[in-house]
Write a protein that binds this ligand. Structure first.
Ligand SMILES: [Fe+2]
Length: 379
């Protein structure tokens, strides 16, 4: 046992230096992946390297590689869909499913039970059920949609990746608890490269339940955007917003005009509308004026932005992804349990997302540091 404080300090510093040295090769390799955190990776956050343009080079190379993958997958969308998505950064398709099919899906979703995970961000609760083979076995309408060729191909095009996105049933409960404002209501870009999120809304979306809000064209790399990215990277890990320091850059609405961008558009849309967005573009969750909920089938896809190979749509890959997600969540549960906390995405009762009983009521739970997923990235 070391009792001398000076010796203890020396040992601690030496251990920290050894750990940093061991991590260095991994952090170098992360330069060629989707890693984005200025704060967690000292190379990505290095002031000198970013002064020399490291971040901007990554943004430009990633955009070039992604454009190549879009080209490879161009047969998966119609000419009009391709042009609109690449120009505006989003696609909006109303009346996506035939009315009878949508009614069946809505009924199924509103009565769903399953392995529900919940994330608390400020005053908002996000609840999700992973649509893997297990949950889809009891959700025939969802299973039919996900296996539908035109839908699947469109999603893969928008993701610039020829593998199935990860699908969830998702419920956003706004103003559900006492807490700080939901951080997802700040305009932001999810990461430094194109990434796809999609929503098939089961509910009508209005200002009451917080419409997804997007700045059209903000996914495109212009000189003004690159200058802004460069300036942000110089601040890097010192950015005031902790999400920004971790690579999900925030922007004030007043600054959009300086980048030559229009005002954000709030998608107040009827149920059965499909929105697909490139969330490299600036977006946010809209303000919700009431205690409310928004149910949707939600999709997410992100790939290594430096890999030009679009991939193969193999079923085993989808299954492995689901297995990895569940393993990760379970490891987070155990980690949190050891600290006497709840994981960022913790389990809640199986019927939490059902439309009966408490679903329409305000949910009261304690918003503490332990249950506030302050750094989870949620759409
Ligand atoms: Fe986001």
């Amino acid at each position: 046992m070391i009792r001398n404080p000076d010796t203890l300090l020396f040992v601690r510093k030496t251990v920290a230096q050894v750990v940093s040295l061991v991590k260095l090769p991994v952090q170098c390799l992360q330069l060629f992946t989707g890693s984005k955190s200025f704060r967690d990776n000292p190379i990505l956050g290095n002031g000198w390297l970013n002064l020399l343009g490291l971040h901007v080079v990554r943004v430009v190379v990633a955009a070039g590689v992604t454009r190549f993958r879009f080209l490879c997958l161009s047969g998966f969308a119609t000419r009009e869909q391709r042009a609109t998505y690449l120009r505006d950064g989003y696609l909006k398709i109303e009346n996506f499913l035939p009315p009878e099919e949508f009614d069946r899906l809505k009924n199924e979703v509103e009565n769903v039970r399953g392995d529900v995970r919940q994330c608390v961000q400020g005053d908002t609760l996000t609840q999700r059920i992973l649509l893997d083979d297990n949950s889809l076995a009891t959700l025939p309408s969802c299973r039919k949609l996900l296996s539908e060729k035109t839908f699947s191909r469109l999603m893969r095009f928008a993701a610039s990746r020829n593998t199935s996105p990860v699908y969830y049933l998702q419920c956003i409960r706004s103003n559900a608890i006492a807490g700080k404002p939901d951080p997802q209501r700040n305009l932001h870009s999810d990461t430094f490269h194109s990434t796809m999120k999609a929503w098939l809304f089961v509910d009508d979306v209005s200002e009451e339940n917080g419409p997804f809000t997007y700045v059209p064209g903000s996914h495109r790399l212009t000189i003004a955007r690159l200058k802004w990215e460069y300036q942000q990277s110089l601040l890097g890990s010192r950015l005031k917003d902790s999400y920004g320091a971790r690579g999900s850059l925030r922007i004030e609405e007043a600054d959009l005009a300086k980048l030559g961008l229009p005002r954000p558009v709030a998608f107040k849309v009827p149920r059965n509308t499909l929105i697909i967005g490139d969330t490299h573009g600036f977006h946010r969750r809209g303000e919700a004026t009431q205690v409310s909920s928004r149910m949707e089938l939600w999709a997410f896809s992100r790939s290594n932005p430096f890999n030009p190979w679009p991939g193969l749509n193999l079923d085993w890959y989808r299954r492995i992804s689901h297995f990895a997600i569940k393993k990760y969540l379970s490891s987070q549960d155990k980690k949190a349990e050891r600290k006497g906390m709840r994981a960022s995405w913790h389990r809640v009762p199986e019927d939490t997302m059902r439309r009966s009983g408490h679903a329409q009521q305000p949910i009261v739970c304690e918003a503490t540091a332990a249950n506030d997923a302050s750094h989870s990235e949620v759409a």
